[in-house]
Design a protein around this ligand. Structure first.
Ligand code: FCB
Length: 449
C-alpha cells in the first residue's frame, strides 16, 4: 500500500550546479584561467575534446535559468563562484566585473525568493596558483581565505549560507593522484598534501567569512561520501573495505567533525603527517554549521594488494540497475545518513547537497522528455532520505544534481544529469518529466510512495 511521505514544513528543496560546468564565458570580463581551462585545452583529457568554454552559457542566460528555477518552485539554489572571475591570478588584484556577475545572480535569485547557497570552490583553482604548486602548497590555503574574505565583503549582505568547498576529496584525489581531473597530476603524496590544505583552507575561510559577514551566516562544506561494502565476508575483504572507508569517508569526516585525522593509518600518511599537519591545524578545520552530503553510489571492494595505499579495488556487483556512471543503490543514502548521525553525532545542520543520475534521455517526437528512470531514481532516493529522517536523523534539505544538463568534467557532455534538458547546440532548455515531478514534490512537500 502506498503512503504519503510528508516532509517538514521548513524543508529546503533545491538544485545544485557549479561555475565551470554551467557558466561558459571562460575568458570574459577579466576572468583569469583556471586549471580546468588549461586541462580541457590540452589533448586527451576530456571525451571528444569537449570543454566548458561555453557550457550551457549560464553566464549570459542566468535570468532565463533563474526563471526555470522559479517554475520548478525551488526554495534554494546552490551555485559556485569561480575564484578566477573574482581574483584572476588567485592572489592580488580583485576583478570587480567578475564579482558583478554573482551580484546580479544573487539579486535575481532573491527577486524570485530563491535562497542563494554560495560555494566558494568547485574545483576551478586559478592556474596562477597551480603554477606555484597548487593545493599541495600550503600557501594556497591562505590565498583561499583571502578570496573568501573578498567575496564575503561583496555578497554577505544577501547571502546567508556559505559552503567553502565542494568535495575536497575529489579535488585532491582525482586531480593530484588519479590525474583524471585538473591539474592532471599523478602523485600520491601531492594528493595527501592537497587534501590537508583543502581542509585547512576550509577552516581559514570559515574564519574569514564569519569575521567579515554583514549578518549572521552559516558556513559549511560539501563532501562526497560513499558507504563501503566488502564483496564478501572474508576477513581480507572486510579489512579492505575498512581501509577504503578511511580514505573515502573518514579522511574528511574525522577532521571536520572530530578534530582528528586517520591519515597515519596509511604508510604514506604516516610519512607525511608530521611535516604536513602543523600544530593548531586540526582545531581550525573542525568548524561546521552545515554538513553537505553528496551521494551517488556505494563502493563495493575486494582485497587487492596490487592497488596502492589501500590494497583494495572496486568491483561492480551484479543484481542492481546501473546508470551511465554508477550502480544505482538507493539504500546507500539512508545508510550514510544513519552512520554520520551515529558515529559523529553532528551538532551542525545536515543536508543532501547533491544526488542525481545520468541516464540517457532526450526530446521525444512531441518535444517532451520522458525520463522515467530519473523519476524512479529520485523517488527511491528521496524515500530513503525520508526513512532516515523518520528514524531521527535531522536532515534539513535536499538539493538535486543538477538543475540543467551540463559539462560533466572529463566525461564531457555525454552524461546528462539535469531536470532540465539542454540542447547544447541551440542552448534551448526544456523541463524534463523529472523536473515536473520534482516541482510537484516541492509544491506538496512530499509524495506518494
Ligand atoms: C559530483 C560533483 C559534481 C558533478 C556530480 C555528478 O562529484 O560535485 O560537480 O560532477 O558529481
Amino acid at each position: 500500500m502506498s503512503k504519503f511521505l510528508a516532509f517538514p514544513k521548513e524543508f529546503i528543496w533545491g538544485c545544485s550546479a557549479s561555475a565551470y560546468q554551467v557558466e561558459g564565458a571562460w575568458n570574459e570580463d577579466g576572468k583569469g584561467p583556471s586549471i580546468w581551462d588549461t586541462f580541457v585545452h590540452m589533448p586527451d583529457h576530456v571525451i571528444n575534446g569537449e570543454s566548458g568554454d561555453v557550457a550551457v552559457d549560464h553566464y549570459h542566460r542566468y535570468k532565463e535559468d533563474v526563471a526555470l528555477m522559479k517554475e520548478l518552485g525551488l526554495v534554494a539554489y546552490r551555485f559556485s563562484i569561480a575564484w578566477t572571475r573574482v581574483v584572476p591570478a588567485g592572489t592580488g588584484a580583485v576583478n570587480q566585473a567578475g564579482l558583478d556577475f554573482y551580484d546580479r545572480l544573487v539579486d535575481e535569485l532573491l527577486k524570485h525568493k530563491i535562497e542563494p547557497y554560495a560555494c566558494l570552490f568547485h574545483w576551478d583553482l586559478p592556474q596562477a596558483l597551480q603554477d606555484q604548486g597548487g593545493w599541495p602548497n600550503r600557501d594556497t590555503a591562505y590565498a583561499f581565505a583571502e578570496y573568501a574574505r573578498v567575496v564575503t565583503e561583496r555578497l554577505s549582505d544577501r547571502v546567508k549560507v556559505w559552503m567553502t568547498h565542494n568535495e575536497p576529496w575529489v579535488a585532491a584525489m582525482a586531480g593530484y593522484f588519479a590525474g583524471e581531473h585538473a591539474p592532471g597530476i599523478k602523485d600520491i603524496s601531492a594528493a595527501f598534501r592537497a587534501l590537508h590544505h583543502l581542509l585547512l583552507s576550509h577552516g581559514l575561510a570559515s574564519e574569514a567569512i564569519r569575521a567579515g559577514a554583514k549578518q549572521p551566516v552559516k558556513v559549511g562544506i560539501t563532501l562526497n561520501l560513499n558507504p563501503v561494502h566488502p564483496v564478501s565476508q572474508s576477513k581480507k575483504d572486510r579489512d579492505a573495505a575498512s581501509r577504503m572507508d578511511v580514505i573515502l569517508n573518514r579522511a574528511t569526516l574525522d577532521p571536520l567533525l572530530k578534530g582528528t585525522t586517520p591519515i597515519h593509518e596509511f604508510a604514506i600518511g604516516k610519512l607525511l603527517s608530521g611535516s604536513l599537519i602543523k600544530p593548531g591545524d586540526l582545531e581550525k578545520i573542525r568548524t561546521l554549521d552545515l554538513l553537505g552530503v553528496n551521494y551517488y553510489a556505494r563502493t563495493v571492494v575486494k582485497h587487492d594488494p596490487k592497488f596502492p595505499v589501500v590494497a583494495a579495488s572496486q568491483i561492480h556487483p551484479e543484481g542492481n540497475e546501473y546508470s551511465g556512471m554508477w550502480e544505482i543503490y538507493p539504500e546507500g543514502i539512508y545508510e550514510l545518513l544513519k552512520r554520520i548521525w551515529k558515529d559523529y553525532q553532528p551538532k551542525c545542520d545536515i543536508m543532501i547537497t547533491e544526488n542525481g543520475v545520468p541516464v540517457p534521455d532526450g526530446l521525444d517526437f512531441d518535444g517532451r522528455v520522458r525520463d522515467e528512470r530519473r523519476i524512479r531514481y529520485l523517488r527511491n532516493h528521496i524515500a530513503q532520505v525520508h526513512r532516515a529522517m523518520e528514524e531521527g536523523v535531522l536532515v534539513k534539505g535536499y538539493f538535486h544534481w543538477s538543475l540543467m544538463d551540463n559539462f560533466e568534467w572529463a566525461l564531457g557532455y555525454g552524461q546528462r544529469f539535469g531536470l532540465v534538458y539542454v540542447d547544447f547546440k541551440t542552448q534551448k532548455r526544456t523541463i524534463k518529466d523529472s523536473g515536473h515531478w520534482y516541482a510537484r514534490v516541492i509544491q506538496e512537500n512530499g509524495f506518494e510512495y
